[in-house]
Design a protein around this ligand. Structure first.
Ligand code: SAH
Length: 351
């Protein structure tokens, strides 16, 4: 198996059957072998610096009904909220003082936030913080809408493809949503010029290792600047309430593979990883991740943005969260930095 990891390190790609073989033969020893390489590569590009993104969960209204997600429209137990412009700008102000230079606006697909309203929000943030990056994570839109947000100043966009396999996709989503449209959105985002992030849940219901191999191949084909992955965690008010949660070691192994596949990719150690395991985010960094995304949402709304059960960091103020994360990163020899943390193409790094 080590030879396959060596090959991935050298060629940055494997065949589907090679990925399947690797994923079927994960052992603690093999993982250690992989992480040794993936952390060396991460260190080469980022040193011991971990980028922070301030996550602002600005609405939990959603018109979609994804079977895995706690804020799906048919969850009548979800207590819905929307942040006002003032509240959003308040989050940014707090984040700025903590040293955050990227704001991630994430939400359900909420029709209240029309294109015009989003453009107003982006414009207002950019006016006050012209040197900060804005990342959007607001789901599937037309190319025209994505272009409007980009023109208003949005820099990056996160849209996980969730699963590359159309069949598997249809087991996770109602049939008004399709893998094909989501993938089309991703290519549109890249074409417009966004730093684009995709990704998937590890251990989502019905997922096979073949699906994961296809996910890796899709990511290679898209060649995104960011990849977000985290374990699936069930939510009690969804059809998947009784499905098992995703495997943390598998998630870490995939982070390591992604680092070898796209050496300079921006790779977060996600909140879901931190929820599935007490030191999940630290383990993520030690598997090759280089980004963390602390929560900047006002504390009174945090618990309401519940995509899955027992989400961490829903009780503390942003400043406390930041301190805790900084301490966690220091404990493994890394430090959180004040930096936009843009994607740097390899040729720029090497020159
Ligand atoms: N509405 C936006 C943001 C989605 S929330 C969009 O469509 O992109 C961000 C991510 O959380 C999702 O892409 C999904 O991969 C993840 N997520 C949702 N429910 C989850 C669960 N139960 N366990 C783990 N991750 C989940």
């Amino acid at each position: 198996m080590k030879n396959l990891i060596d090959k991935l390190e050298k060629e940055h790609i494997l065949t589907k059957s090679e990925f399947v073989t690797l994923l079927n033969n994960i052992t603690p020893q093999l993982s250690q072998y992989l992480f040794k390489k993936s952390t060396v590569i991460a260190k080469k590009h980022f040193g011991n610096r971990v980028y922070v993104r301030g996550l602002i969960e600005f609405t939990n209204y959603c018109k979609n009904d994804c079977y895995y997600c706690g804020i799906r429209c048919s969850n009548k137990n979800a207590d819905r909220y929307r942040l006002t412009m003032e509240e959003i700008l308040g989050c940014c102000e707090q984040g700025y003082s903590l040293g955050f230079r990227t704001y991630v606006l994430q939400g359900g697909e909420d029709p209240y936030f029309t294109d015009d309203k989003m453009v107003d929000i982006i414009t207002a943030i950019k006016e006050r913080y012209p040197r900060c990056a804005i990342t959007l994570s607001i789901g599937e839109k037309t190319k025209e809408s994505y272009q409007k947000f980009f023109d208003a100043g949005a820099d990056r966009f996160l849209l996980r493809h969730e699963t590359a396999d159309c069949n598997h996709y249809s087991k996770l989503h109602p049939n008004n949503l399709s893998a094909k449209n989501r993938q089309r959105c991703l290519f549109n985002l890249k074409e417009i010029g966004y730093q684009t992030g995709t990704g998937f849940m590890v251990g989502s219901p019905y997922q096979t290792v073949e699906n994961l191999a296809d996910d890796l191949l899709f990511i290679k084909q898209l060649s995104p600047q960011m990849v977000g992955i985290g374990p699936f965690i069930p939510h009690c008010d969804t059809p998947f309430r009784d499905k098992p949660k995703g495997n943390v070691d598998l998630c870490l192994f995939l982070l390591g593979l992604l680092r070898l596949m796209i050496p300079n990719v921006l790779l977060p150690a996600t909140t879901a990883l931190g929820t599935a395991h007490n030191t999940g985010r630290e383990k993520g960094i030690l598997a090759g991740a280089n980004v963390v995304m602390p929560n900047l949402s006002p504390v009174m709304y945090r618990k309401k943005y519940s995509l899955y059960d027992n989400k961490i960091c829903t009780g503390e103020e942003a400043a406390e969260c930041n301190k805790c994360l900084a301490r966690r990163m220091n404990s493994i020899g890394y430090e959180i930095v004040t930096d936009r943390g843009d994607y740097k193409p390899i040729n720029i790094i090497e020159n």
